[in-house]
Write a protein that binds this ligand. Structure first.
Ligand code: FAD
Length: 477
């Protein structure tokens, strides 16, 4: 029988898809005393607001978005959408050259020269036509280099770099182009330009369905169709995102899935007919292991028997993020109705960005903001172990600098999320292929899912769990 490591959203999803595919309840071993992993909501119902410590919204787009909506539909969870015409979806800003700049959010906007850019977005995109082809030897480069090569330095510095800070708290000069622009990069490499590639690919490109595209070959989920019709840009779960793993956990328990908390896996020894796992001193003998735990944790479990696999797993770096949640008891604190703003690394500020939570969702008369700090630059800005006070002071100082907010928050929380986001640096795709090749070569009864391999967002990890379970053969007891 397969065993799942980790009760974050990917481990829970893996157990859900195991149940769907093979009809048997797996056991999940979770190191901490709660389920959900990085998904964590702090509710303050008496005051009408909540803090999201980790993720807060999910995007409904594409197959990964549809897959999550199908899960949500199956669990009968209500959702709270933000429609694409609402300010929280349309208005996204960056802080650059001493001011907050609204990014173009309409067709008209791409013809205008808006700060901090020195020319219109259209002119920047047009540069691709004259940039000329460049075949890359290693089939990868940083997303910054790619965008700079095709569209120029401004777009790489003020559009892509802050976007990468927002998605993975990373440095666009290190993150692989394949992380976000795999398809555009492939087209560019094949046809010698992005715009050319998009057009030529439409005319000459063969369109074979990938296994992922095949999962909704018959019909898209009903909730996905609704999201498309109503033009959802993103959504949350009304009682906080943690309701998603909790509901999934309850569903699994009802189906007799055994979710063991405070059950950290410390060592795995693969045997001829499965594995021997040390779970807090107890020995467990699963036939197969699905690991959704971070790669550095899995590395320490397998290092005695498979040091080379451990080394490959350790080659995926992670960053720490400080999350400062703030609540003000007034409604009209913000001058802008927007999703929030991001800070390009070139500004050298110690904050990655600020999310205006109360612009996205109703917080009953409160202003709620989340300041994200650190990431790739955590140690550089804060040292190894900053105090919560230092982090809170930095957050408040920069809210004043960027938005002129001088008020003291009525309530605040500071969390340092250690090694919370894996970094898909240049060569990541190859690293993941090497890890999976090693597992195949040694015929290890081990399957990998979770944020380190096939995408860092919630949609990605749920889909990754589904696709990995699909690769499994039936496992006898
Ligand atoms: C600050 C932040 C903001 C984010 N915002 C968004 C967002 O808005 N939208 C979005 O889509 N995504 C967002 N993400 C990404 C999203 O949170 C992750 O993709 C997702 O939560 C990863 O889930 P997971 O199950 O793969 O990993 P995890 O949540 O890390 O779960 C792994 C679990 O394994 C357990 N574990 C570890 N070691 C062991 C062991 N040895 N034995 C047993 N159990 C173990 C851990 O305790 C944990 O519960 C954000 C992430 C962060 C950190």
């Amino acid at each position: 029988m397969a065993t799942v490591l980790g009760a974050g959203i990917s481990g829970l999803s893996a157990a859900y898809y195991l149940l769907q595919r093979f009809g048997y309840p797996a056991t999940i071993f979770e190191a901490s005393n709660r389920i959900g992993g990085w998904i964590r909501t702090e509710r303050h119902k008496d005051k009408g607001f909540m803090f999201e410590v980790g993720p807060r919204t999910i995007r409904p787009k594409g197959i990964p978005g549809a897959n999550t909506l199908k899960l949500i539909e199956d669990l009968q969870l209500p959702v709270d959408p933000v429609k694409s015409w609402q300010p929280a979806a349309k208005n996204r800003m960056i802080y650059a050259k001493g001011q907050l700049c609204m990014l173009p959010n309409s067709l008209g906007g791409i013809f205008k020269t808006l700060p901090p850019f020195s020319t219109s977005l259209l002119n920047q995109i047009r540069k691709d036509l004259s940039a000329g082809p460049k075949k890359l030897k290693f089939a990868d480069e940083s997303i910054y280099d790619f965008v700079e090569r095709r569209f120029g330095t401004e777009l790489a510095t003020y559009a892509i770099s802050p976007l990468i800070c927002g998605i993975c708290a990373g440095d666009a000069k290190e993150i692989s182009v394949r992380f976000l622009m795999n398809d555009l990069f492939e087209k560019e490499q094949r046809w010698g330009g992005i715009i050319k590639g998009i057009i030529y690919d439409k005319i000459f490109g063969k369109k074979e369905k990938t296994p992922v595209e095949g999962i909704f070959a018959e019909a898209m989920p009903r909730l996905y169709e609704k999201a498309r019709e109503e033009k959802w840009s993103m959504y949350r779960v009304p009682d906080g995102l943690e309701t998603l793993p909790r509901t999934l956990g309850n569903y699994l328990r009802e189906k007799e899935v055994d979710i063991q908390l405070t059950a950290e896996c410390r060592e795995i020894i693969f045997t001829r007919d499965g594995a021997k796992m040390n779970v807090k001193g107890r020995v467990i003998n699963p036939k197969h292991i699905i690991s959704s735990i971070p790669t550095h944790k899995l590395a320490s479990c397998v290092k005695n028997q498979h040091p080379s696999l451990a080394a490959l797993l350790m080659s995926i770096p992670y960053v720490d993020v400080a999350v400062v949640n703030l609540q003000y008891s007034t409604e009209d604190l913000l001058k802008f109705n927007a999703f929030g703003f991001l800070v390009p690394p070139i500004e050298r500020l110690p904050i990655l960005g600020v999310i205006f939570d109360s612009c996205c969702f109703d917080m009953e008369g409160n202003t709620v903001l989340t300041v994200m700090m650190g990431g790739r630059w955590f140690e550089e800005n804060f040292g190894k172990e900053p105090t919560p006070k230092k982090l809170l002071d930095t957050a408040l100082e920069h809210l004043d600098l960027v938005m002129g907010i001088k008020d003291e928050p009525a309530f605040s929380r500071v969390h340092v999320l250690k090694k919370c986001i894996p970094q898909y640096t240049v060569g990541h795709k190859q690293r993941v292929a090497d890890i999976r090749r090693y597992i195949k070569q040694y015929d290890l009864p081990l399957t990998l899912c979770g944020a380190a391999y096939d995408g860092v967002g919630i949609n990605d990890v749920i889909l990754s769990a589904r696709m990995q379970v699909q690769t499994l053969q039936a496992l006898d007891d």
